[in-house]
Design a protein around this ligand. Structure first.
Ligand code: SAH
Ligand code: SF4
Ligand code: F3S
Length: 454
């Protein structure tokens, strides 16, 4: 991978001391892709800067999951027109999910002639070649092909944190939930080999990583695409053996494939963090069916009850879409009731956003915006009430915190996460960053806990 012949050629043509700025929208997968892009650009001798006004390469890694995400990226792209006019040598690279939405890339370049390179979600290895071509071809260079040769143990990226890292275990999605654009932008499911994943994590641990978050749109179907079929619990078992690794998290698990074996893994594997993000989307069987989620509220609740029966204080989170086409007040109340039954530690709530090309977007019974907002607010009130109540049980207890950084809200404080993914703030010295420490919780809030080092 590193002997990409274009690397040397690019180094010769780009300006000396080139700088790049990168803006990322969307999910952890996109964030992790950006970490790879950073690695490739650093490898070309460029330096990363935060202020895009100082950069001669600007990368916008886009997301298409909802209209709001799309508009943010497009708004930023539009705002660069002037900069490009003032500095024609500026290179603007647009990557990620937006160019991959069927039939949109022509329109994207027609409306944004200042884009130099348009790239997709799985062909970042071509970046040096595309940069090279952009110096010789007087047009937008477009390559949104699917490559997937990122399936390599030598996968390289710049980590945001020294002590924790994302790790791709699979790409793509086969589920085609009727509202979702991801299967169109990220292609079909494709798993990496266990040996490659384990090798990568071993390397990370040697480099100081204590916690990994395994990434896949549906980690429960991990292994199905491999010749030697395997499954997600088997992968977890192998990762759990890695010495020096402390915590294993994963994102995201689809309820339809959430198995008893995975529930058992929580009991058997000491490194598996006591946290489960299991997106339910809706509590109404009618809506779930129309979303093509392939489970009922009863089946979902049964799985959650099995997790609770482990009695391991596993914190629970979910994603909810409000205002899916045809969602009635009764359907919405089913969702509220499900939330009350589960008692989630946190919920990510989204207003349904029609995505062109998906079946749900074609429906005529779209829910008016005011109703969506009203439901959204009711749901938020309930979420916050439950989250606060659940946090109360930590008052006066001692929790183990992996210290991430100086707190964003108060520079005197450090901030980190418990094994169950609760944010904890406390006063402490910066050299504790990256270490696991004991903190006694003194104050409890809806979104975080405050405490004192013990
Ligand atoms: N693969 C994950 C989800 C990835 S997308 C899973 O299936 O759980 C993250 C979340 O975005 C989804 O869980 C869903 O709640 C939300 N989402 C996806 N498409 C959406 C749309 N068209 N409108 C609103 N929210 C959407
Ligand atoms: Fe989208 Fe459904 Fe795939 Fe998740 S499982 S990425 S919601 S299609
Ligand atoms: Fe967005 Fe693509 Fe992730 S659409 S949520 S960046 S998979």
């Amino acid at each position: 991978m590193l002997d990409n012949k274009y690397n040397e050629l690019v180094k010769e043509i780009i300006p000396k001391n080139s700088k790049y700025a990168i803006r990322t929208y969307g999910c952890q997968m996109n964030e992790h892709d950006s970490e790879q892009v950073e690695f490739f650009l650093n490898n070309l001798g460029m330096e990363k800067v935060e202020d895009y006004n100082e950069a001669n390469f600007i990368i916008i890694n886009t997301c298409a999951i909802r209209g709001t995400a799309e508009n943010k990226a497009l708004g930023f792209l539009g705002s660069l027109k002037n900069l490009k006019r003032q500095n024609p040598n500026l290179k603007i690279i647009v990557s990620g999910c937006l160019p991959k939405v069927d039939g949109t890339f022509e329109d994207l370049i027609k409306k944004n002639r200042h884009i130099d390179i348009l790239i997709g979600t799985s062909n970042y290895l071509s970046l040096p070649e595309l940069i090279y071509r952009s110096y010789y071809e007087d047009k937008t260079i477009v390559d949104i092909s699917d490559q997937y040769d990122l399936n390599s143990a030598e996968l390289n990226y710049n980590r945001m944190y020294k002590h924790k890292s994302f790790v791709n275990i699979m790409y793509g999605c086969n589920n085609f939930c009727s509202y979702c654009i991801v299967p169109y932008t990220r292609g079909r499911e494709y798993s990496r080999e266990i040996t490659d994943i384990v090798k990568e994590i071993e390397g990370l641990v040697q480099d100081g990583v204590k916690e990994v978050t395994l990434l896949g749109q549906n980690v429960n179907s991990y292994g199905k695409s491999l010749t030697n079929k395997t499954d997600f619990p088997s992968l977890l078992k192998e990762i759990n053996k890695i010495e020096g690794l402390e915590r294993i998290r994963f994102m995201t698990s689809h309820p339809k494939d959430f198995s008893d074996d995975l529930i058992k893994a929580y009991a058997d594997l000491d490194k598996l963090s006591k946290q489960l993000h299991l997106p339910v989307q809706s509590g109404s069987n009618k809506v779930l069916k129309e979303m093509n989620r392939k489970y009922t509220r009863e089946a979902y609740l049964e799985k959650i009850n099995k997790v609770k029966a482990l009695d391991m204080d596993i914190s629970l989170s979910t994603d909810i879409i409000v205002g899916f086409p045809g969602e009635t007040e009764e359907d919405f109340e089913d969702t509220l009731n499900l939330i009350k039954a589960v008692e989630y530690d946190s919920i990510f709530t989204f207003l349904y956003s029609p995505r062109e090309g998906t079946p749900a977007a074609k429906r005529e019974d779209q829910v008016p915006h005011e109703i969506k907002m009203e439901r959204f607010n009711r749901l938020m009130d309930l979420t916050n009430e439950i989250a606060y109540k659940k946090n109360l049980k930590y008052k006066d207890t001692v929790v183990k915190v992996l210290v991430d950084e100086v707190s964003k809200n108060n520079p005197e404080y450090l901030s980190g996460r418990t094994d169950g993914f609760k944010t904890v703030n406390f006063a402490g010295d910066q050299d504790l960053i990256g270490k696991i420490v004991d903190v006694k919780i003194e104050k409890v809030g809806t979104f975080s806990l405050d405490g004192k080092l013990v």
